[in-house]
Design a protein around this ligand. Structure first.
Ligand code: CA
Length: 351
């Protein structure tokens, strides 16, 4: 396929890519220092030990592209016909770090750096706030600053924080801030925590190939099954990678959740106000980052509703312009295509 991809709505829609990554030098330096000192978890050692130091063509490309919020990125967007990119500090953000002063500082400076780039290229770049879930009260304040002062439209949390999950009480200020200020919460993967990773590294399966989805879908399912959306009915959760598989599994989740509640086997499984399907179709949005699959996208639309499925490229990790051509040709209606590429993102993020 060689048709030229253009920005500007050549097919009747703008293309808004909603899970695009950047990094800062000090973020990568801090993560690599943890890896070197033997203090990072196994997932981080595997991922950043590789991306941070390997001299291969792919990793060099990715490091250079992550650090750029200017011409390289804009040229790549032009070449792939991407009109706008929703940008977030790359996984694991600052969530692997132990020194809270350092972690908060790196997140806040990344937010300032991103806000400046969004201002320079206000027609192309849209920002999401980086937070430091290790300090939930600070994170709630940073969410406010992100929304009110920096013009950001969401927050990216890179799944677990040292093996802890957002349904746990210490993170409540973050959920409350997202719900109160109408800030979509994008849960993006990172490597599974050491308690979960088992033999995945040895098998070569802990990363984006599999471990990411296992751990992030587990995180999302914890939010669904422990009543987070009964507590915060307006909370908006966004998941990448085909909604991390949730739409495929939802009937089984719901059936077995109800069986688990009836059995009274588990302290944390209590009756909810609605079925799990309800929360999936009311509180959750899904993107196709890393999954340019027409079958998966159509399944998401059928199960979640066509207003809840968004386009994402996952630049620079999966920069494949041919995937854009493939999705331009997906056999859904023209109206659904406009929603998928453009208007669902505009509605969710208030663009
Ligand atoms: Ca990603």
């Amino acid at each position: 396929m060689t048709t030229e991809l253009k920005t500007g709505g050549q097919h009747g829609y703008l293309r808004i890519a909603t899970e695009e990554a950047f990094a800062t030098e000090e973020q990568l330096d801090a993560i690599l220092r943890l890896v070197k000192e033997g203090r990072a978890d196994k997932g981080t050692v595997s991922l950043w030990g590789f991306y941070g130091t390997s001299p291969s063509e792919r990793t060099t490309f990715i490091r250079e592209r992550l650090l750029d919020l200017g011409e390289l990125r804009l040229a790549a967007m032009d070449e792939a016909g991407i009109d706008k990119a929703v940008l977030a500090l790359t996984s694991p953000g600052v969530q692997s770090m132990f020194d809270l002063d350092e972690a908060r500082g790196i997140a806040a400076r990344a937010n300032d750096h991103l806000a400046a780039a969004c201002e320079r290229h206000s027609d192309r770049f849209i920002g999401m706030t980086a937070i430091c879930p290790q300090d939930a009260e600070w994170s709630a304040q940073e969410l406010k600053r992100g929304k009110e002062e920096l013009g950001f439209v969401g927050v990216q949390v890179n799944s677990h924080t040292h093996g802890h999950y957002l349904d746990e009480e210490q993170f409540d200020p973050i959920l409350r801030a997202c719900a109160d200020m109408d800030i979509p919460l994008y849960i993006h993967p990172q490597g599974p925590p050491d308690e979960m990773i088992g033999g995945m590294v040895e098998a070569g399966l802990e990363g984006a190939i599999f471990g990411f989805a296992v751990e992030t879908s587990y995180h999302a399912l914890r939010l669904l099954t422990t009543g987070v959306f009964d507590r915060y009915p307006s909370l908006k959760l966004v998941l990448g990678h085909g909604c991390e598989g949730l739409p495929f599994w939802i009937d089984r989740f719901n059936y077995m959740f109800n069986a688990g509640v009836r059995s009274q086997r588990y302290d944390r499984l209590k009756p909810l106000q609605h079925s799990l399907h309800h929360y999936l179709r009311t509180n959750v949005w899904g993107t196709n980052s890393g999954l340019p699959s027409p079958a998966s996208i159509k399944l998401m639309m059928e199960v979640m509703g066509e207003d809840r499925v968004l386009y994402a490229m996952d630049y620079p990790y999966q920069y494949v312009p041919d995937e854009v051509r493939l999705l331009d040709a997906i056999d859904i209606s023209p109206e659904q295509k406009v929603k998928f590429f453009q208007t669902n993102a505009e509605a969710l993020f208030g663009l």
